[in-house]
Ligand binder design. Structure first.
Ligand code: ADP
Ligand code: SF4
Ligand code: MG
Length: 407
């Protein structure tokens, strides 16, 4: 299959149960500035040799949907290789998506040509993980921070230096250091330069890809505080990518947990931290020192995940987490668990989401998928339609009563 065939196939698949925008809510009640629906990125894998044929695809991002509210922050969390950076790079169109949509200010970023994308680049900026490789060592700080101002002709040439100084001051650097080179700064200071560059165009959305992961722990909090200050001052929305839940906890009112290209749990911070329903989220939380035991099913010990993350070229059938999940049953290999809304602002993709802390008995999803408890098709029953919409519906599946409805 060629990449365009993959895209076409994805596009042809029905997207059941899409709820009109008017019936949806963003958790914070604020307007969504970015709405991502069923976003996919498949990287072709080529054979070696003279004629390099496509022999498979890395399913780096495989159908993710989420929203980021204006001036708010969504934390995107998961182990290395689960597709976080690829998601960020799709939104900033450093990569072209295989399929899906990314609505930003009424335009679908996925469909914009390179030319049409140019004005959007002002609005959406990215901060990278590595403050060493993301700044050109041969350019002065003034050039680095001033280049976006010049390229997008934001201010007349005469005012560029003044604006650069202002930006350096905003990020807590000495404005007179504009003539210095990146190697004259520490890691934390370099990340501040990267933030100043990202702020130069006054973006509405910042994709921060592990902005503090490469920094000393003592510096991390300072940089996170700086990001919070600029968020408040300039009303910037954040997609904040991190590999552990501790970093995003105090920054992001909403959290999405990714595993092998898919979102497995998403919800408002309190809901996810205090009532995690996915075993993978529970495992991540158990590694965070300040998490209440209720969130991890009353377990005292740290949940150690066995084995490595499987290859995204041949991901496990059914639930992708099943090869490392201590709750996995037959149905987990046969049926993919749908990302089911289980509360006002909480969705989870696990057949046994209702079994928090218990030995799994009955998959809540079986009647919804039209299967028996082992995941085999149940004659005479048909699956319900699952929504892939990025926000939250006004009705959801109640885990206690096992019926759809709202309160
Ligand atoms: N340009 C690329 N070409 C092929 N595979 C890629 C490319 N970029 C990332 N990948 C693969 O996609 C998967 C997700 O990577 P990435 O988005 O960087 O994960 P994360 O940021 O969560 O660590 C990984 O298996 C990675 O090897
Ligand atoms: S669906 Fe099954 S394998 Fe996947 S997380 Fe839930 S219990 Fe584990
Ligand atoms: Mg990454």
């Amino acid at each position: 299959m060629t990449e365009s065939e993959v895209a076409q196939q994805s596009a042809e698949q029905p997207t059941p149960g899409i709820v009109p925008a008017a019936n949806r809510t963003v958790s914070s009640g604020r307007r969504a500035i970015l709405s991502v629906t069923d976003l996919k990125k498949y990287f072709p894998v080529k054979s070696s040799g003279l004629i390099r044929r496509t022999v498979g695809y890395v399913q780096a991002v495989d159908g993710v949907s989420f929203e980021v509210a204006e001036g708010s922050a969504l934390g995107l969390v998961g182990e290395s290789g689960c597709g976080k950076s690829t998601t960020g790079r799709l939104i900033t169109r450093l990569y072209d998506p295989t399929s899906g949509s990314m609505m930003f200010e009424g335009k679908d970023l996925a469909k914009l040509s390179a030319k049409a994308m140019t004005p959007m680049r002002k609005e959406i900026q990215m901060i990278f993980q590595d403050p060493y490789s993301s700044l050109n060592p041969r350019h002065t700080v003034g050039t680095i921070v001033g280049t976006p101002l010049r390229v997008h002709k934001v201010v007349p040439e005469k005012q560029v230096l003044t604006r650069v100084r202002e930006l350096l001051e905003v990020v807590g650097l000495n404005p007179e250091h504009y003539n210095r080179y990146p190697n004259e700064f520490s890691g934390g200071q370099r990340q501040r330069i990267g933030i100043a560059r990202a702020l130069a165009l006054q973006p509405k959305l910042l994709v921060a890809d592990e902005p503090v992961s490469a920094l000393d722990v003592s510096i991390q909090a300072q940089v996170v505080n700086l990001l919070r200050d600029v968020q408040n001052e300039f009303n910037i929305a954040f997609l904040f990518i991190a590999h552990d839940l501790a970093v995003v906890r105090h920054f992001c009112p909403e959290i999405a947990v990714m595993y092998l290209g898919k979102i497995v749990e998403i919800g408002e911070r309190e809901s996810v931290y205090n009532h995690a329903h996915h075993p993978y989220t529970q495992a991540l939380l158990s590694a965070s020192p300040d998490v209440k035991q209720a969130a991890i099913g009353g377990r005292r010990e740290r949940i150690r995940l066995e084995g490595d993350v499987p290859s995204p070229i041949n991901p496990p059938s059914g639930c992708r987490f099943r090869t490392r999940c201590w709750l996995a049953q037959d149905i987990c290999a046969k049926q993919e668990p749908p990302l089911l809304q289980i509360g006002k602002t909480h969705k989870v993709a696990c057949h046994f989401a209702a079994e928090l802390g218990n030995h799994p008995a009955k998959p809540i999803t079986a009647p919804l998928l039209g299967t028996d408890d082992q995941g085999n098709h149940a004659p005479g029953s048909s699956p319900v339609e699952f929504s892939t919409n990025p926000g939250y519906d006004e009705t959801w599946f109640d885990l206690k009563t096992k019926t759809f409805g709202n309160r």
